[in-house]
Design a protein around this ligand. Structure first.
Ligand SMILES: Cc1cc2nc3c(=O)[nH]c(=O)nc-3n(C[C@H](O)[C@H](O)[C@H](O)COP(=O)(O)O)c2cc1C
Length: 401
């Protein structure tokens, strides 16, 4: 299916250039054609011979090469592929792309192409966080350039933070998502995603809530929709923008959330990312509870809310093929997550440590462990959008089985 798809892989000058070799191997294993372009700086990190041996194609480096121009002109090279991938993308090449510079073969091809472009940035944390790089990225994104990563983690320069090249598997998933374009891999599938907190009223003006922002659930809904799924997003009260192309059902309480999920069935996949309140008031006060001088504070008597994940996971008729729950824990994360997976009858648990020190609840990043029937995958700390993209890619894999 893939052998007709061709990738022009531009390897720029960064310490992560060696990971381009693994990316080529993965692409070739899936029968993609790969032609490499190596920048002058890139050649300080990997040799043209390695790229050539793995891609089984001639490697291009020079803009002013009479031989290359007679074999295949630079304009033709920039358009002969289905997708241009820059991995690793240095701060320098991103700046050139944003500015429209064309002073070497790689930047000229990127300016001359009429094909989609995916960049996988990789650089030192400070270079990544520099307003110049962030502004360049923003410019490129607005122009429709696709971006994968970077990841956060320990770097070759002994610093820690965002800037690490995405893992070759994640770059491959991003490439495949782009290449399947018209026939997206989740076309025809229905996904129900819950997101955000629930609000459980105490009286007409007060409620019990939690710190969930809905960032992760909304990002998952967006990532599944981007892969072609029809998505019903059942959202508690959040201030997140509505993801494009998603049908949104706004609810407040756990009971309303369950009702909206059941009404949206049947579905192929259910992702319960909402932080559903475990308890609600046994009897909600119909009038505002008054503070009376000298009186003791009111005792709030709670009762159990329905368990949405367990209900969907154990449903007899119309059970989604894949039921995915979230386990936000502050202790014994993996043991609790594995227990939750079996007790609730779900297929996967996305486990994350939400102790206040992690800053995950309400933050932009998430460090998760994916607990399945076959084991646990530990993912690096990633932007919630990247977690969403990876999870969506794993869901695609599951449906391709
Ligand atoms: C040892 C070393 C490692 C480097 N690693 C990176 C890197 O990871 N990311 C980056 O953007 N630049 C890195 N640089 C700087 C680039 O190589 C430099 O900006 C170069 O001009 C990029 O050229 P290119 O974009 O044409 O490949 C590194 C330089 C050295 C000497």
């Amino acid at each position: 299916m893939t052998e007709s798809k061709k990738i022009l892989l531009i390897v720029s000058g960064g310490i992560a250039a060696f990971k381009a070799l693994e990316l080529i191997r993965l692409l070739r294993a899936k029968d993609y054609g790969v032609t490499c372009v190596l920048t002058r700086a890139g050649a300080q990190f990997v040799t043209p011979l390695s790229l050539q041996a793995l891609s089984e194609q001639k490697v291009y480096s020079e803009l002013f090469s009479l031989t290359d121009e007679s074999e295949m002109g630079h304009i033709q090279l920039s358009r002969s592929a289905d997708l241009l991938v820059v991995a690793p993308a240095s701060a320098d090449i991103l700046a050139k792309m944003a500015a429209g510079l064309a002073d070497d073969l790689a930047s000229t091809l990127l300016l001359a192409t009429d094909k989609p472009v995916l960049v996988a940035p990789a650089m030192n944390v400070r270079m990544w966080q520099h307003p110049a790089t962030q502004a360049n990225l923003a410019t490129l994104t607005v122009r429709g350039v696709h971006v994968v990563g970077p990841d956060e983690g320990a770097m070759a320069c002994h610093e820690f933070g965002p800037g690490r090249l995405s893992e070759p598997q994640a770059i491959l998933a991003a490439i495949e998502a782009l290449l399947t374009g018209g026939k997206k891999p989740l076309t025809g599938r229905h996904a129900i995603v819950t997101s955000g907190p629930t609000h459980e009223p105490i009286d007409p003006v007060r409620y019990i809530a939690n710190r969930s922002s809905g960032k992760q659930g909304h990002a998952i809904a967006a990532a599944l929709a981007a892969l072609g799924a029809r998505v019903t997003l059942v959202s508690g009260p959040v201030s997140q923008p509505e993801p494009p192309g998603v049908a949104i059902r706004r609810v407040e309480t756990a009971r309303e959330m369950l009702q909206a999920c059941e009404a949206a069935l049947p579905a192929d996949v259910f992702v319960g990312a909402a932080a559903v309140a475990d308890w609600r008031m046994a009897a909600e006060a119909t009038e505002k509870i008054k503070k009376k001088p000298g009186a003791a504070p009111p005792a709030l008597t709670l009762t159990l809310n329905p368990d949405i994940l367990a209900t969907i996971g154990q449903i007899k008729k119309n059970r989604p093929r894949l039921v995915i729950g979230f386990a936000a824990e502050t202790d014994n994360l993996l043991a609790n997550a594995a227990a939750k997976r079996t007790s609730k009858g779900c297929d996967w648990i996305v486990a994350n440590d939400v102790s206040p020190a992690t800053g995950i609840m309400g933050g932009d990043e998430n460090a998760i462990h994916l607990v399945t029937a076959t084991g646990t995958e530990d993912w690096p700390r990633l932007h919630k959008e990247e977690v969403a993209r990876r999870l969506a890619a794993r869901i695609v894999e599951e449906f391709q089985k």
